[in-house]
Write a protein that binds this ligand. Structure first.
Ligand code: SF4
Length: 234
């Protein structure tokens, strides 16, 4: 067996393991985790928040909008509405006014108020800590639920966003676009305690290097084991 150390965690590979060749997807996933950990030691969510409810709302606002824009909007929003009860009792039009620049603001405002009404009615105003409960809230999908469960409650989570879909496909873990199926595939490949940070790092790498249209493969820390590089750039 070959011992490979990954930030204090040791992984055992079969004797016939060769770097960059004949890797199983699990072995490749560990190499990707390791490479991105070195490249991006800080794996932080780019949305600014102080508490679970704020992350839940910021994530809803981030749909088809940049995190940067959301971070410009949320300080005034969270100053006016501090608790789930505040949002639950708000006029949807008042929320709309404060989030207008995020796009889709009518749907997002309606979802946020409805979500907070349910939080107050069923969860005593407290954000639940399981994916199963979170996805019952209006406007909350698996991506948001995973983000909250991982970042707030420190549980294993796989946040499948556009960067995750693109990068994991290019690396060769799948050829699909269905986020639920990709979440399942990645859950089977990634060490649970690494999965949440790995997804944050995929976003950072997707923005900095693995661009959708023009990936900078020559400077990529994962090119030695990336299917896309092997096929298109070598
Ligand atoms: S080698 Fe290219 S395609 Fe593969 S992950 Fe890196 S930047 Fe993306």
């Amino acid at each position: 067996m070959i011992l490979i150390k990954n930030r204090g965690t040791a992984y055992l590979y079969p004797d016939d393991f060769k770097e960059g060749e004949n890797m199983t997807d699990k072995e490749k996933a560990l190499k990707a985790v390791e490479a991105l950990e070195k490249e991006y030691p800080e794996a932080v969510c780019s949305l600014v928040y102080d508490e679970p409810l704020q992350l839940l709302i910021a994530t809803r606002l981030a749909a088809q909008c940049t995190d940067k824009r959301v971070n410009m909007v949320t300080p005034a929003l969270f100053e006016k509405f501090e608790t789930a009860k505040d949002f639950a009792e708000a006029e949807v039009s008042d929320v709309e006014e404060l989030i207008r620049s995020c796009g889709l603001y009518k749907t997002k405002a309606r979802d946020i108020v409805a979500m907070c009404k349910m939080l107050c009615e069923k969860y005593n105003g407290v954000v639940p800590d399981t994916i199963e409960e979170l996805v019952k809230l209006p406007g909350v999908g698996r991506k948001t639920a995973n983000l909250v469960v991982g970042d707030i409650f420190g549980k294993p989570a796989v946040v499948v966003d556009t960067h995750c879909i693109r990068l994991t496909s290019r690396l060769g873990f799948h050829e699909i676009k269905d986020p639920v199926k990709i979440e399942k595939i990645l859950k089977n490949l990634l060490p649970p305690e690494k999965s949440n940070d790995f997804c944050h790092r995929l976003v950072l790498h997707g923005r900095a290097v693995c661009d959708a249209r023009n990936p900078k493969c020559e400077e990529c820390c994962m090119k030695d084991f990336c299917n896309y590089y092997e096929t298109n750039k070598k």
